[in-house]
Write a protein that binds this ligand. Structure first.
Ligand code: DSN
Length: 421
């Protein structure tokens, strides 16, 4: 397969072979980590261009380096497309990824020691939402809300109570393991009541928002952060979108506050992804992600799987495997051997540790990019059920059989952008 990258194969055959193996793996497996996807060949091409050769500290029209004749229009195009797609006044497309994007928001609005209110990591938040091991939890005072025990959904009463008692300067909504619609309007109301800035971290659901399959955080949020490589199906990067009044603060925080030169090859690929995300095809894709996730949830529930919150409104399912009498990690590892790639994950109120938690997190963005319809979700649920049972029984033959079945199905749904032999 190294013929796909002739120069690389000649220069560094060892590395070329590893990339070829990864291409084959991405083609042959059912990739169900909800934060992953397959980018288009066009996005992939843009990331591999000579734009990687160029330094561009500053912003379009105000750079610290010469030779920006092509870079300025590329960055402007990306920012304009982001504004149009998400209905934002302002877009900064320079953050290197989601964590630096979120850190830039702290830098823009907070002083060290100020209070932030975010969703707890074990409940479904993110490290950068003030979790203790993150710089955001070490340098700022963090309070955390979670989900209701009876519904598995975000406890908006707790959010309101904590906002009133802790008086945070920044409230963050969004996360990494939230299977239900986020009520941006309710968060916005609470933030306004206590005078906090509201940051909506929509990294996981940006593609759903762009495609109209999840409500928009605007006009409720002051700032919206997102990575560009999850449901949005772009390159690994991030964006910050704001109301006009916060544009300068956010731009200064990203550069020169936190970062140096933007990654121009990534900016170009973000522009391509945003063009793709503005199409009717992408709207259909976003809807199909949700349709597939709901169908998969129903099929799993039929087989006795315990879904946090009882199901999903979006692209992901969080499964508490306690009822199946197996922790998340051995289940995830067995599924990986069967060619079904997921991640083990804490579930709300998890009595186990994050490195050996009770659940797994699965999602439908990647398989939907390959065109799998909802009618295939019964097969996927059946595989997951068989593999979990086989792992408990030490039955490697069944796991190997599922591996072969997965490959056979995936061969019929070619992965966008992935060259195979
Ligand atoms: N690592 C991402 C995820 O898997 O959800 C979040 O940053």
């Amino acid at each position: 397969m190294t013929q796909h990258h002739p120069a690389l194969s000649a220069e560094d055959p060892e590395l070329a072979a590893l990339i070829a193996a990864e291409e084959q793996l991405q083609a042959d497996t059912l990739r169900m980590i909800p934060s992953e996807n397959y980018v288009s060949a066009a996005v992939l091409e843009a990331t591999g261009t000579v734009l990687t050769n160029k330094y561009s500290e500053g912003y379009a029209g105000k750079r610290y380096y010469e030779g920006q004749q092509n870079i300025d229009p590329i960055e402007t195009l990306a920012a304009d497309r982001a504004k149009a797609l998400f209905g934002a006044d302002h877009a900064n497309v320079q953050p290197y990824s989601g964590s630096p994007a979120n850190l830039a928001v702290y830098l823009a609005f907070l002083q060290p020691g100020d209070t932030v209110l975010g969703m707890g990591l074990p409940a479904g938040g993110h490290l950068t939402h003030g979790w203790s091991v993150s710089a955001t939890g070490k340098w700022f005072k963090a309070a955390h809300y979670g989900v209701r025990k009876d519904t598995g959904r975000i406890d908006m009463d707790e959010v309101r109570d904590l906002a009133r008692t802790e008086r945070p300067k920044l409230i963050i909504c969004g996360g990494t393991a939230i299977p239900r619609t986020i009520d941006f309007a309710a968060f916005g109301e609470i933030a306004r009541e206590v005078g906090a800035v509201l940051l909506a971290d929509v990294a996981h659901i940006a593609g759903l928002i762009a495609g109209g399959a999840h409500p928009s955080p605007f006009p409720h949020a002051d700032v919206v952060s997102t990575t560009t490589h999850k449901t949005l199906r772009g390159p690994r990067g991030a964006m910050l979108m704001t109301k006009e009044e916060h544009a300068k603060a956010i731009d200064r925080a990203v550069f020169p506050g936190l970062q140096g030169g933007p990654h121009n090859h990534t900016t170009a690929a973000i522009a391509v992804a945003l063009k793709e995300a503005a199409t009717d095809d992408f709207k259909a894709y976003a809807r199909q992600i949700v349709t597939n996730a709901k169908a998969l949830g129903e099929e799993l529930a039929k087989r006795g799987f315990d879904l946090v919150s009882g199901g999903t409104d979006n692209h992901l399912l969080l499964i508490d495997l306690t009822s199946k009498d197996i922790p998340g990690k051995p289940a995830a590892k067995a599924l990986d051997r069967a060619g079904i790639v997921v991640n083990y994950n804490t579930v709300p109120f998890d009595p186990r540790k994050p490195f050996d938690p009770s659940g797994i997190r699965i999602g439908t963005p990647s398989l939907t990019s390959r065109g799998l319809p909802a009618s295939e979700m019964a097969t996927v649920a059946e595989w997951i059920d068989r593999v979990v049972a086989a792992e408990k029984a030490g039955d490697e033959d069944t796991i190997a059989k599922v591996r072969a079945e997965v490959k056979a199905l995936m061969d019929g749904y070619p992965a966008p952008g992935v060259p195979v032999a």
